[in-house]
Write a protein that binds this ligand. Structure first.
Ligand SMILES: Nc1ncnc2c1ncn2[C@@H]1O[C@H](COP(=O)(O)OP(=O)(O)OP(=O)(O)O)[C@@H](O)[C@H]1O
Ligand SMILES: [Mg+2]
Length: 595
């Protein structure tokens, strides 16, 4: 576990990277500008591989050469790789896209009761050609590229900027495991971002901050805002971040000073926009059969990539009574015909269950709107079911507003589904919904105190020894210590999971004594648990976070020395100190508490 300082000076520049499943981008703002207008945020618009494209985000695609050296990122990576294939030179090059979800999948196995496999630094990812590369290298090369571009932009914008004055913010889904978040932190470190200058921001939390800031501005500038009522003190709202990979949900209530207080732990699942793409591809696979599909995947990779990109665009404006031409390429039609010894265009499509919904026009598939909407059903139903369950909780009774952000929320089908499923709620989709996370991350970097309270995501405590009682304590905890019968490894709970903690304020203390009268160093082990009341530090769900060692060389008072242990919740970190009372002997360690 990496330690870093808690009390960061106010940053001169905040530079945020939104590392998405499908698209990534960056944005920044200067402290002076932020003080005048928090929404004065600069976003790179120069993504795109030709002069005509103007995009705020680039596809999260990355290309490495035969020596595994970074080649390109974003639109360039996609066109470089396509060129390589067209020239028959792709062998040995490594191309990865949409790889962020691999960190979520790893944790899923960790969650199903017992850990099946822990996400480690040694995780490998496989590219389309079946070539493996360490995930850490892929993630860090992508972050490094974004960081270098961002640094260039900063250097151009603010002459003479000292790189140490930059606060870096990297976004992570709230529902990721600690291991996945730690993985991103390490990838950022490997990309050259100093841990001391880095803050992780939870994606839905950042988006919530952005929406609030937007509404407040509308109020001050126009005098009123339709959305502001959701941010009046005492109001409660749910933020639904519909991304490409995951759906992340947080619930906040608004404090009198308009800071936000979390009222329910974040939740969500793998129901983002790419699930719609997956449904479409399963449909194609079924249409042409497994063999043709395999053949296509192996021999027509550029076409498949094109189909993916073209579908991603077509699905953005889906209406029931329209139809959609999706160019699948001649290879698709030809290989179907070749392997099935028939003509897809002429075949009586009634044989296939998709018949009335699809037609073939030269190298295109004509799909009707009803079928297009069908591809949305899976993720839509999962999201609605999850929200229904969430709204049943007592803590959620007063939540009246649903804020929808993220690229997938731009879908009108999605918006209508949420509106019709929750008629009693006020559903709001801000104008630049797909940039809310990115812009919010910049605001969060300037003012992490915008989130005032969180529900503790874990139980935190320390390992202590207590006098041994045979009937109470398990035998394996029995130890003789300094002549006394003790039970060791007892989990002393300091903060419980789900408990409200005030960021920057909540302090929990515990006083203990050294284990032995002659100890010149006392070691305090800090633990976390997913259980509310863990008994012992070796119980399932418990994990050691780290330890502190206080040196207390004066042993004249023996066991009468008192050690005061304090857990202090910072805005993004948990700081633990141990101090020998009446002396200056102290030790300190900090952990990420943005879990
Ligand atoms: N108008 C639209 N209709 C339907 N889907 C859309 C629309 N606009 C964008 N999307 C989808 O939204 C997704 C991208 O959203 P976003 O950029 O928020 O995700 P991300 O940040 O890449 O992913 P994540 O946050 O899960 O890591 C893509 O799957 C894209 O196809
Ligand atoms: Mg996102």
């Amino acid at each position: 576990m990496m330690a870093h300082h808690c009390d960061n000076p106010i940053p001169l520049v905040v530079a945020a990277i939104d590392f998405g499943t499908t698209y990534s981008g960056y944005a920044y703002s200067l402290r002076d500008d932020f003080n005048k207008d928090p929404l004065k945020i600069l976003i790179n618009q120069k993504w795109g591989n030709d002069k005509t494209t103007c995009a705020y985000k680039a596809p999260t695609s990355i290309l490495f050469d035969r020596d595994r050296k970074f080649q390109s990122f974003g639109f360039s990576a996609e066109s470089d790789y396509t060129d390589l294939i067209d020239n028959g030179e792709e062998e040995g090059w490594r191309f990865f896209r949409r790889f962020k979800m691999s960190l979520y999948r790893e944790i899923k196995s960790e969650r199903g009761g017992r850990p099946v496999r822990r996400l480690g630094r040694d995780l490998n990812l496989e590219d389309e050609q079946g070539q493996r590369m360490p995930a850490m290298d892929i993630f860090s090369a992508a972050i490094r590229h974004l960081k270098d571009q961002l640094m260039n932009a900063l250097m151009n914008a603010f002459m003479g900027l000292n790189p140490n004055d930059v606060r870096w913010v990297l976004t992570v889904p709230a529902i990721w495991s600690d291991a996945a978040k730690q993985f991103m932190r390490e990838a950022a470190k490997q990309a050259g971002i100093d841990g001391k200058q880095l803050t992780l921001a939870l994606e839905p939390e950042a988006a919530a901050i952005y929406c609030k800031e937007n509404a407040v501005k509308a109020e001050t500038e126009i005098g009123k805002s339709k959305d502001l009522s959701a941010f009046s003190p005492g109001e409660q709202f749910l933020l639904l971040d519909l991304g490409g990979g995951t759906v992340d949900i947080t619930c906040h209530s608004v404090n009198r000073d308009r800071t936000l207080k979390e009222i329910e732990s974040s939740s969500g699942g793998p129901w983002g926009g790419t699930v719609v793409d997956d449904a479409f591809f399963s449909f194609l696979k079924e249409l042409v059969g497994r063999d043709v599909w395999k053949d296509l995947k192996e021999n027509n990779r550029t076409e498949i990539l094109e189909v993916e990109n073209s579908f991603d665009m077509k699905k953005r404006d889906v209406k029931k009574d329209k139809h959609y031409m999706i160019k699948v390429g001649s290879a698709f039609i030809e290989s179907y015909n070749k392997l099935n010894e028939c003509d897809l265009a002429k075949q009586t499509l009634s044989e296939s269950k998709c018949s009335s919904l699809v037609e073939v026009k030269r190298d295109k598939l004509k799909i009707n709107g009803t079928q297009m909407i069908e591809f949305f059903q899976g993720p839509m139903n999962n999201i609605v079911q999850h929200l229904e369950r969430l709204f049943m909780k007592p803590s959620m009774r007063r939540v009246t507003t649903i804020l929808m952000v993220g690229g997938f929320s731009e879908s009108d089908i999605m918006l209508k589904k949420i509106e019709s499923s929750f008629p009693g709620k006020n559903v709001i989709r801000p104008i630049d919904a797909s940039l809310a996370v990115l812009k919010g991350a910049v605001i969060f970097g300037h003012s992490p105190q915008a989130i005032s309270e969180r529900t503790s995501p874990r139980t935190y405590g320390i390992s202590v020894s207590v006098p041994y009682i045979a009937k109470v304590h398990p035998e394996k905890t029995f130890h003789i210590c300094d002549g006394n019968k003790m039970s060791t490894d007892v989990f002393h709970v300091m903060v419980k999971i789900g408990q409200q903690v005030v960021m920057g304020k909540t302090k929990v203390e515990y006083v203990c004594r050294p284990a032995r009268a002659y100890d010149k160093v006392s070691t305090v082990e800090v633990y976390e648990s997913t259980e509310e009341n863990p008994g012992y530090t070796f119980d399932p769900g418990c994990q050691k976070l780290g330890e502190l060692r206080v040196s207390m060389p004066d042993i004249s008072k023996g066991k009468e020395r008192r050690i005061r242990i304090t857990m202090h919740f910072g805005f993004t970190e948990l700081k633990v100190t141990a101090r020998e009372e009446g002396t200056n002997n102290e030790a300190e360690v900090t952990f990420d508490c943005l879990r």
